[in-house]
Design a protein around this ligand. Sequence first.
Ligand code: NAD
Length: 516
Amino acid sequence: MAEPQNFMRVPDPTPKRTLYTDAMEIFHRAADTIGLAPRVRLELEEPDYEHIFYVTAKLKDRLRPLSPEAVKAFGDLPVTQVRDPNGLERLADGQILLKGKALLGSDVVIRRGHLRLPDGGVYQLIPGESQRFKAYRVQHNQARGPYKGGIRYHREVSLDLFKALAAEMTWKTAIAEVPFGGGKGGIQIDPRQYGREELEAITLRFMYKLKRLIGPNIDIPAPDVGTNGEIMALMMRQYLDGENERHVGRAIVTGKDVRIGGSEGRVKATGQGVVYCIEDYYADKGETLKGKTFTVQGFGNVGSFAAEIMGNLGARLLAVNDYDGTIYNPDGIDIPALLAHVQDPKNLKRSVVGFPGAQKIEKKDFWEVPAEVLIPAALGGEITGEIAEKLKCKLIAEGANGPTTPEADRVLLKRGIDLIPDIIANAGGVTVSYYEWIQNKRMESWTEAEVNAKLEHALKRNYRIIRDISRNNPRKTEMHDSRPFCVGKQVEPRLAAMILALKRIEAHYIIEGFSQ
Ligand code: NAD
């Protein structure tokens, strides 16, 4: 007689820990806490869709600098004069792109594939070849509306990372009360190694492939690490190319330049939102930001605007760490001067390193700078358990997505360091993206003051609900009602934020039911 069949799935004997499983730990804890309906848990545990595709592009010829040692072999190589300096594009990694007519009309002396430029350096000519890049778009959940989430251009991306970031967008859009779901994607590329025209070609090709997967009512990308309004403009152009009614489709991406349908206040919205939350954290204690000290990791879009706005409210910036190094000034860093340094066109890496108004310190020492607030605004996983043990701040406001590991979370809790979790702290970006989307749909244009007033109200209102959940303080005020979300006991802020998100998402499944 045949053995009885067992159709149950055998659990993996050693479930592999990944970035995604780590990121989902808090989801499972919140799901357990509120007794999330099992089928809703299954729906949210994995993304709706995971797209992986490839993008090819033809690169330009480039000049690769030789090491001082290798230059010696070309001691008598004459200088090649460059008639059109605009034809050379210097990249952050030291290479130079040769554009169309760079050397046209010049006396070009090439020896064994090398030439010397007027700067004295000897460069190897690398012919522009075609290159293939791996691209992703993860669409996590759309129970509350179209997928929404950024496009990241970075060397260290993976399906696992985009799954975590897409899920985080599902939680964040629910917390910010915008009618979207979660998505995220991008390209495995270090954009600093490519020229403007190359990035344009890569972006257009990326959108060419992405186009069948997204739409203004299906999935709406936005900028993230390594992308910006210029990239969004290219994506929009490619999506709308040849369409009859182009204006109708402007809402295909958000984070656009205001002159082409972007929203006032969007560029700085994430940094602004981080500061609204920090302001509210102190207002709750009857304090203001005046005289408070802070440090920032990452001085890109989120970190630099957060720092500028904190500075305008009277807080003092003591240290900044970015990809290239760390700067420190115990008397306070002059923020407008630092912004000018980073935005200087000669500062190809857009780094804080080399800023004259501060001293250089090691990254490991950055974490130990005593300051009231730490704003991580770089990448995920930076604050590990070990680092959390050393921190000398009283509050972490997460500008970045997932900067704190689950182990670090436990240490912070033990050490009594307060936390404003990413899914509320950095929700300003997606909130104003929503305002941009509405303005596009309605053909309207709102002032920055209108945008900021709405943003401030939305973030503070939802942050207060999260604080009430955390303290188990159900109440209704003029601004917010936390009664439907409190769970009868106190929980830490990250869990409280996730509870708010899950209750809002679950309502859709419970009230609407499941399509069969
Ligand atoms: P960005 O590319 O403008 O800036 C990133 C910054 O981080 C740069 O200063 C870079 O030097 C620094 N950095 C990169 N790797 C680093 C490392 N290993 N160590 C230290 N610093 C490092 O990116 P952004 O848009 O400001 O995004 C920063 C973070 O905020 C990301 O986690 C992103 O997902 C999150 N975020 C961004 C937005 C947005 O609207 N831009 C919205 C929500 C969340």
